[in-house]
Design a protein around this ligand. Structure first.
Ligand code: ZN
Length: 366
């Protein structure tokens, strides 16, 4: 194993964000500080069982939901021009649990006030998304807890600047941490290069087949990892076929690169993808299911892919995809897309509806 780059230590300023993420994931609450306001938050999905914030008075807790989740609960509005909304008012534990349960589709009781979330409340949701949890927060504003913010015993206070930096580091500043030849059944001359993002998060992989000429447009595929499809050959999606099809196609055409991106389930993560499957089994399609959990229809980002390509020396590509959004996204990240190369496979009994949804609602050219 040969590491090519110097190790980039995680920026000390990001440490509170990484600690906060770990705390949220294990069900604890964290403090977030804006310019003149401080709030305490917990990821709602953990508060359903453990209770980080709920032990004291429950009446002054607010619920922060994404606009996508709010649209499921209140499809007829009132509409707000905001990424997130805040729900306040007397709410029983059961009511709150319902509002957070993705399979509950409303309505919100009349006595609960809804208004656009403030910047710091929206940041609470961004932090929860960085933690790969369901994007809903329980918050208590500092004024309601104690006059001057946090108690001394609570060590982690995250400010918005540190959160912003953590978001940037999750997307880039990648280091090559390993590189090795891995002959594949369908492409013997293959090398895997592992890139670690600056926040120390999960590595993205480049699978380089052959030795593509950087002066020519290189054939590439952006593949978001799919544990169920790639490894288990699940019939719920077409990822495994797409991946192996791409290896064969790139080998056949003389070389290229597959970027294997750590963003399972269109960026919502494996756990949330399994939750979405449960909703789909109740009759909702893949896009509705994501929105019921509060996610956008597609949460993927392509900055990491663009950075990996540039680091490998490839800035002009031919992109194997049926998704015009990927073409656009790569271009916006500074990669020239010379051509879109179609990449379609026949449906099976289980994924036919999924493929139809991708075509009808996500603009895929199938
Ligand atoms: Zn899949």
């Amino acid at each position: 194993v040969q590491a090519n780059d110097e190790t980039q230590p995680t920026d000390a300023a990001t440490t509170p964000a990484l600690r906060a993420i770990a705390d949220l994931r294990r069900g604890a609450s964290v403090w977030l500080r804006g310019d003149d306001i401080c709030l305490r938050l917990a990821a709602a999905e953990n508060c359903l069982e453990t209770d980080a914030l709920l032990s004291a008075e429950q009446s002054d807790l607010s619920l922060i939901l994404t606009a996508a989740r709010y649209a499921v609960l209140c499809p007829r509005g009132p509409h707000f021009d905001a990424d997130c909304v805040r729900l306040d008012g007397p709410m029983s534990g059961i009511e709150r649990q319902r509002l957070l349960d993705p399979s509950f589709s409303g309505p919100i009781p009349d006595r609960i006030a809804v208004r656009p979330a403030t910047a710091i409340e929206t940041a609470a949701i961004e932090l929860i998304k960085l933690a790969h949890l369901m994007p809903a927060a329980l918050v208590r504003h500092a004024g309601q807890i104690q006059e001057n913010g946090r108690p001394e015993s609570d060590p982690i206070v995250l400010d918005l600047e540190a959160l912003d930096r953590a978001q940037q580091q999750a997307l880039g500043g990648m280091t090559v941490v390993a590189r090795a030849a891995v002959p594949l059944q369908e492409a013997e001359d293959a090398t895997i290069v592992a890139f670690r993002p600056a926040d120390g998060g999960k590595e993205h992989l480049a699978i380089v087949i052959g030795n593509p000429d950087p002066d020519q447009p290189v054939l590439i595929r952006l593949h978001s990892e799919c544990f169920t499809g790639d490894l288990l050959a699940s019939l719920r999606c077409d990822c495994g076929e797409q991946l192996h099809g791409a290896v064969r196609e790139i080998e056949r055409s003389g070389g290229g690169v597959i970027l294997y991106l750590a963003q399972e389930g269109r960026g919502i993560g494996l756990v949330n993808k399994l939750r979405a499957y449960q909703l789909q089994d109740r009759g909702f399609d893949t896009i509705d299911a994501n929105q019921m959990m509060g996610f956008d229809a597609d949460e993927r980002v392509y900055q990491p892919a663009a950075e990996m390509l540039k680091r490998l020396g490839y800035t002009t590509v031919r992109l194997l995809t049926n998704n015009p959004e990927k073409v656009q996204a790569l271009r916006e990240c500074g990669i020239a897309v010379a051509e879109r190369v179609p990449h379609a496979f026949p449906a099976n009994n289980h994924n036919e509806r999924y493929l139809r949804t991708k075509a009808a609602r996500a603009g895929h050219l199938l």
